[in-house]
Design a binder for this molecule. Sequence first.
Ligand SMILES: Nc1ncnc2c1ncn2[C@@H]1O[C@H](COP(=O)(O)OP(=O)(O)O)[C@@H](O)[C@H]1O
Ligand SMILES: O=C(O)C1=C[C@@H](OP(=O)(O)O)[C@@H](O)[C@H](O)C1
Length: 306
Amino acid sequence: MEAGVACNFNCPTWVESSENFARKSTGSLLFGRISKHGHRVRVAASAQFPLQTSSNRQRWASFELSCSSFNNLSASTLETGSVRAPYDEALMLKKKSLEVEPYLNGQSIYLVGLMGSGKTTVGKILSHELGYSFYDSDALIEQEVDGISVAEIFKCHGESFFRKKETEILQKLSSKKQLVVSTGGGAVVRDENWDYMQKKGIIVWLDVPLEALARRIAAVGTHSRPLLHYEHGDPYTKALKRLSYLLEQRGKNYAKANARVSSEAIASKLGYRDVSELTPTEIAIEALNQIEGYLKEEGGMAIAEL
Ligand SMILES: Nc1ncnc2c1ncn2[C@@H]1O[C@H](COP(=O)(O)OP(=O)(O)O)[C@@H](O)[C@H]1O
Ligand SMILES: O=C(O)C1=C[C@@H](OP(=O)(O)O)[C@@H](O)[C@H](O)C1
């Protein structure tokens, strides 16, 4: 009887086809069956999904399958082992945002970090998931200055003009709630910008290793980032040199953020060899984790009187 049940129960298929089960960290399933000899049996399965993932985005689940007759509750174990289960980052993001959203209480999220750290990319994902409005402060400045690019603004009007506009934009946004704002990499330098961002917002630092930033910037070119125009060499070297300097200047400012999202820490938690394996969605999930931690630990819910 037990062998018959074990054969009919294809555990890997079950785990992979059960969406609800696969996205939880633990789960169990109980159901009855009538064997071909007419015996009624009870089958129980339980599984554990550890946080760790392997680099090809599969989660390992360990399972135990046991069976007992209905009138005898002592179960005998049929099978134990581990199977690969799909790792659905979109579902994890949705679940996390539903968890964090009530704690946020409408507070805006301001993403800070060096150029190329993913503020725009991750910001769009977060805003979509939370149902918040997305703003890119650089894009708003460009709109205000006759639609010319940030690079042209630096060239025609100078950096201090740009910084003044940046502060004005942050001031305008500071009265609004339920925003995700991708700030420019230099927004953290002016104290007044912090006052505006903190008024109804949480400040989140996307901390990405310099080499990864330089690789990303080199891939798209340095033309749109005027602060890199002063350097010589190929795009990667130019970006790495300038970013190292900027991090020295601004590191202490970024570190004042309410929450820090370290790409290196996420990659190591997920078992990846390099931060380049991280997807923007995985970074968005970690941003929500860090925001949740901040709100719970620091009583951040009380910050915004909305
Ligand atoms: N997690 C990521 N992995 C790989 N490339 C990324 C990641 N996040 C962003 N990028 C890429 O890096 C570049 C800069 O990203 P962006 O979101 O514009 O950064 P920022 O707004 O901080 O300057 C873009 O080409 C983007 O597609
Ligand atoms: O680091 C900086 O000072 C800057 C970063 C840029 O924004 P991103 O961080 O979105 O690239 C842009 O605001 C401007 O080129 C200056």
